[in-house]
Ligand binder design. Structure first.
Ligand SMILES: Nc1ncnc2c1ncn2[C@@H]1O[C@H](COP(=O)(O)OP(=O)(O)OP(=O)(O)O)[C@@H](O)[C@H]1O
Length: 246
């Protein structure tokens, strides 16, 4: 289990995020939703050890009861921007995290290349990021994150630039991978459909200062999550977000 306790984030004298706590459980998807600027990305960045310069934070985090010292191999982080290196090919970008974790270049390539088809990137292996669309770059960044062996995934709007069909396919693909190998996922999204389809738990943040105002568990098994079954939860989330968005 990953446990975050009392994370507070400030910019100079301004309180951005009030003491915030959450837990991630292997095999479960926790979605973080809330208005723009409430601090969702900053929470992930702090866990990943890349909080923006100019921000300060206090808090505690532990993974399997051991203090988390970011950057930690227990976490794979996909930032909101795709952050692919323009001078590397897509396959080199996708394999970068594996190489940094100690795999040889050849072994890392052997791990990522068979997945290109699944990610709708077949034929793009040796192209450069500038030759891809925004959605393709986002898929490459997702691939780079998901191939890591980290038991916890921090995903900041990983599907936001994708067309509807690709988004559904990758959501399904992620859930299938989690079923095979349980990992704890913290997923930031603005998409209520995505949150209610994917999540075991939805944390709703409010802004000014950022804080968690609702913690909703979804117990309906995913295959039974029909439009009708989820309509009530989505309506509640919509009203909460309307109330909490300045
Ligand atoms: N380097 C910085 N210096 C000062 N304030 C910052 C800095 N980076 C972010 N902020 C502020 O921190 C707050 C939280 O930003 P953050 O990006 O974490 O929000 P968010 O909820 O992820 O937003 P979005 O949904 O738009 O991505 C915002 O008010 C933002 O203006």
């Amino acid at each position: 289990m990953l446990r975050l306790e009392d994370l507070t984030i400030r910019a100079a004298d301004r309180l951005l995020v009030e003491p915030t706590s959450l837990t991630l459980v292997p095999g479960q998807v926790t979605c973080l939703i809330g208005p723009s600027g409430c601090g969702k990305s900053s929470v992930l960045k702090w866990l990943a050890g890349v909080l923006a310069p100019g921000l300060t934070a206090e808090g505690r985090a532990e993974v399997e009861r051991t203090p988390l010292v970011p950057p930690s191999p227990a976490l794979a982080y996909q930032p909101q921007q795709d952050t692919l290196f323009p001078w590397l090919t897509v396959a080199e970008n996708a394999a970068l995290g594996l190489e940094l974790s100690g795999l040889s270049r050849r072994a890392a390539q052997a791990r990522v290349r068979p997945l290109f088809d699944r990610f709708g990137l077949a034929g793009c292996e040796d192209r450069f990021p500038r030759e891809l669309s925004g959605g393709m770059r986002q898929r490459a960044a997702f691939l780079r994150t998901i191939v890591l062996d980290a038991p916890y995934l921090l995903l900041d709007e990983p599907f936001s630039a994708l067309d509807a069909v690709t988004r559904l396919r990758l959501q399904d693909w992620l859930l299938a991978r989690l079923a095979e190998r349980p990992r704890g996922v913290l997923l930031v999204t603005h998409d209520l459909y995505e949150a209610t389809q994917m999540a075991n738990r939805i944390l709703v943040m409010a802004a000014c200062p950022g804080r968690i105002v609702a913690d909703i568990s979804l117990t309906t098994p995913r295959p039974a999550r029909s439009e009708a079954a989820l309509a009530g939860v989505r309506a509640d989330l919509r009203s909460l977000l309307m109330e909490e968005t300045p």
